[in-house]
Ligand binder design. Structure first.
Ligand code: BTN
Length: 257
C-alpha cells in the first residue's frame, strides 16, 4: 500500500481549499479494481467520502461489462457514497458525479468536457473519462477513470479516447487532480442529496453533447431510436420516438449524425 507515486500532502493542500474534512485516500500501487477495494471498505462500514486510488489497475472495468484500460499515467479512483435518497435520487447519481468531475477538470485544466448520457466525459468527441457506479446494501461506489497524463492511447482506443496531456500538452499532478475533483463531486452530491437537484441537472444539460441529437440507445431490454430531447428529474434520458416520448433509465447511446 502507499508509495512514492502519490504525494498525500499535495492532495491535502489541493482538497483543503474546500470545506472538509478530507479523509486520507487509500493508495495502491497496483490492484485489480479500485471499485472492488472501495466496495469491501464500504461493506465494512467506512465513512462516506472514502477514496481509493491506484497507480495501475489490472482488471479495471467499465460500464456494461467492458474492460477499462488502466495503466500508469491515468487517475483511477473510487469514492464511497452513502446516499440517503429515494431510488429516484439514485438514478440521478451518475449525472451528478459526472457534473462534479467535469467542473473540476475545467477549473484545473481549462478544458471544457462535454457529457454524453449518462456520464461519459468527452473532449473533441473523444472520451476523456468514464464513471462506473456500483451499488451495495447501503452504499454506492463511484469509480472514476480519467485519462490524465498518458502521452498516447493504446491500439484501437486511439480513435476514441484522449487524455488531458494529449489535449493540453501539459502533464497534471494526479494528487492535485484528485484534490480538485473529490471536493467538487462531494459538493454537487450534497446539493443533490439536499433535494436541490435542478442546478445540478441544469449544469448537466449545459454540458450535454447528447440532447437535441438523434440517438440509438441500447438498453437491457432492447434498442430505442429517436431524438434525445431532455433528461427528467430522475436523470433518465427522454427520447422522442415514433411511438412517443420514452424515458430511458439505463443504457448506452450511440450518437447519430
Ligand atoms: C465507463 O466509462 O465505462 C466507466 C469506466 C470507469 C473506470 C473506473 S477506473 C476506477 C474504477 N475502477 C474500475 O474498475 N472502474 C472504475
Amino acid at each position: 500500500m502507499g508509495g512514492g507515486w502519490f504525494d498525500q500532502s499535495a492532495y491535502f493542500s489541493a482538497a483543503g481549499q474546500s470545506p472538509g474534512p478530507w479523509l486520507e485516500p487509500v493508495l495502491l500501487e497496483v490492484t485489480d479494481s479500485t471499485n472492488d477495494v472501495a466496495a469491501r471498505l464500504a461493506a465494512l462500514g467506512c465513512p462516506e467520502g472514502q477514496l481509493v486510488v491506484a497507480r495501475e489497475q489490472l482488471r479495471g472495468r467499465g460500464r456494461l461489462g467492458r474492460t477499462w484500460s488502466s495503466g500508469p499515467g491515468g487517475l483511477w479512483f473510487s469514492m464511497v457514497l452513502r446516499p440517503v435518497q429515494s431510488a429516484g435520487g439514485l438514478v440521478c447519481l451518475p449525472l451528478v458525479t459526472a457534473v462534479g468531475v467535469a467542473e473540476a477538470i475545467q477549473q484545473l485544466t481549462g478544458l471544457d468536457p462535454g457529457l454524453k448520457w449518462p456520464n461519459d466525459l468527452l473532449v473533441g468527441g473523444r472520451k476523456l473519462a468514464g464513471i462506473l457506479h456500483e451499488l451495495g446494501r447501503d452504499w454506492v461506489v463511484a469509480g472514476v477513470g480519467l485519462n490524465a497524463n498518458q502521452p498516447g492511447m493504446p491500439g484501437e482506443l486511439k480513435a476514441r479516447a484522449t487524455s488531458i496531456y494529449l489535449e493540453t500538452g501539459a502533464a497534471v499532478a494526479l494528487e492535485v487532480l484528485l484534490g480538485t475533483i473529490a471536493p467538487r463531486v462531494m459538493e454537487r452530491y450534497h446539493q443533490a442529496q439536499r433535494g436541490d437537484l435542478e442546478p445540478v441537472l441544469d449544469a448537466w444539460r449545459s454540458r450535454s453533447v447528447t440532447l437535441g441529437r438523434p440517438v440509438v440507445v441500447t438498453t437491457p431490454v432492447g434498442t430505442i431510436t429517436g431524438a434525445a430531447e431532455d433528461i427528467d428529474d430522475y436523470g433518465r434520458l427522454l427520447v422522442r420516438t415514433g411511438q412517443g416520448l420514452v424515458a430511458v433509465a439505463a443504457g448506452d447511446i450511440g450518437l447519430e449524425g
